[in-house]
Design a protein around this ligand. Sequence first.
Ligand code: SAM
Length: 315
Amino acid sequence: ARQPKDFEELLTMLQRGGWEVKRGKRMNLCDIETIRAVLGRHGFHFSKSLGQNFLTDESVPRRIAEMSGAREAGNVVEVGPGMGCLTAELCRRAEHVVSVELDRALLPVLAETMAEFDNFEVVQGDVLALDLAALCREKFGEGRAVACANLPYYITTPAITALMESGAFEHITVMVQKEVAERICAAPGTSAYSAFSIYVQYHAKAEILFDVPADCFVPRPKVDSAVLKLTPLAQPAVETRDEKLFFALVRAAFNMRRKTLVNALGPVLASAMSKEEIVSLVEAAGLDARIRGERLSLADYAKLADLASEKLNKG
Ligand code: SAM
């Protein structure tokens, strides 16, 4: 059996084994005085360009970790641990937590704040440059995994895309700007509906778990946040014969969202079809020729893409 390296570790091992352990006061990583003291000790300064806004309300990381599926899956990849408030909550629930942190200056901070956990590992690097599927295989073998993060705002879209495309996670629970969360979950015909809503909803079930006001962070960001949970689907939400064409039509429609769908599709279809033929195509999909692309559901785009693909292949 593994020997505990110190008293703290012994207490943690006993706790995991189901023993009730009365501890002294545990470090509260959301307490502003603790944050100042720890960061001050390490000479750390917040970097705006790295999207460093740390949580100061301890109920938030607890709720995120609880709702992330970390306990059930056992393995977690976290993006951007910062000084570790969410990381610690994940470590209390999962078997193994691997956190990817870009900022080297946070490594000594994490060594101090995560000292009580033997199921935590940090990988220094840019999450966008990593092969996340390979990382999961290396760290967790065939084990189930979830992803969890309070994402740095400047990489929200590429980070969500990379986490989804890795195919490695049962759930992806991320805190993002509230407006982005609403955009991702938006319904057709709303102003928030976008090409990215369709991309995410095609591959995953998307739900907003709860909102987090800007006051819950230091430094305080300009906008509110929301926690978003994505559960990748076994099969895409709609069936389409030509996925590439489906997304080409979606992108074209939203590139010119103020125009009618018929006009917006010109750049993708005009080389193979006249405007009249595009009108007929839109009508054959059961849509009004004057409709705008922002009103179409995923199923509408799938139907349109299938009809277009048929026509392009014939022609
Ligand atoms: N998890 C902490 C919390 O909730 O208080 C910190 C979250 S803070 C919004 C984002 C974190 O992501 C920072 O620690 C930042 O250094 C890190 N980060 C920024 N860009 C990154 C990247 N490309 N890859 C990995 N981590 C990154």
